[in-house]
Design a protein around this ligand. Structure first.
Ligand SMILES: Nc1ncnc2c1ncn2[C@@H]1O[C@H](COP(=O)(O)OP(=O)(O)OP(=O)(O)O)[C@@H](O)[C@H]1O
Ligand SMILES: [Mg+2]
Length: 233
């Protein structure tokens, strides 16, 4: 479904990605892991067209995304839950959910506000509240709900559990597991190896802008030294 190959990207004169590789299959949950500052968010932003790729290829369902403007990439069926959540602070929960909603591919089982409420009952209780008044966990749920309302073929989450209380984190992991059983393709950037090993099919580890390891959850758990080497945990 998504294949990133040879991706290079820079901020001004400072190069951050040096031939990054990554792939996500249809209906698959894949991860991107790595220490702080290794280029995870830059990889994600390049996929979304928010950082211009200097070289390489990002193919989504066979279509080249490099050079395509961000709105067209979003329309092709990729939704991002960005680092730091970034919900619309002065809109209500309900307004956030419907603001960018779309069913571009005519899905019969399209996401509705009711379905999002069933996934995150807290959002139903908070429907009329301004997003800026939500807790961090509730904002994260809203960011995920808003992304789902675009009926994406591929959902990408950048550090969705960062800074959240353990119970709320678990709620996010449970939500992603449920989406997986429904066949949603997901790319997860996170640092929680144990939760990721349980959830995902395949993993990628990035170091200094390059893919340094890729494998299954079984491979990941079989190599405890990997965590120390590349993840610093
Ligand atoms: N807008 C920017 N301008 C200049 N340099 C940047 C910018 N954003 C990120 N960088 C640099 O690029 C490198 C990779 O950053 P990136 O945000 O992709 O890392 P990350 O793996 O997502 O890290 P984290 O785990 O902290 O989120 C870092 O050295 C960072 O300082
Ligand atoms: Mg990041």
């Amino acid at each position: 479904m998504l294949r990133v190959s040879g991706l290079t990207a820079s901020y001004g004169s400072s190069q951050v990605l040096f031939g990054m590789e990554l792939s996500v299959g249809a209906g698959e949950v894949a991860t991107l892991m790595g220490r702080n500052g290794m280029g995870k968010t830059t990889t994600i932003k390049s996929i979304l067209g928010l950082v211009a790729a200097a070289g390489g290829s990002i193919a989504f369902e066979g279509v080249e995304l490099v050079g395509m403007p961000p709105h067209r990439i979003a329309r092709s069926g990729i939704a991002l839950v960005p680092e730091g959540r970034q919900v619309f602070p002065t809109l209500t929960v309900h307004e956030n959910l419907i603001a960018t909603a779309a069913n571009r591919f005519g899905r019969a089982d399209a996401w509705t506000v009711e379905r999002v409420h069933a996934l995150f009952p807290r959002l139903a209780e908070r429907a009329g509240n301004l997003a800026r008044n939500l807790s961090g966990g509730e904002q994260q749920m809203l960011a995920i709900g808003r992304a789902l309302m675009t009926n994406p073929k591929l959902l990408i989450l950048d550090e969705a559990t960062e800074g959240l209380a353990p119970l709320v984190r678990q709620e996010i992991w449970d939500c992603l597991a449920r989406l997986k059983t429904e066949g949603q393709a997901i790319l997860v950037v996170d640092k929680n190896v144990a939760a990721l090993a349980k959830l995902a099919d395949r993993h990628h580890v990035i170091e200094k802008g390059r893919l340094v390891w890729a494998g299954t959850s079984a491979d990941l758990l079989a190599d405890p030294g990997l965590k120390e080497r590349y993840l610093g945990v």
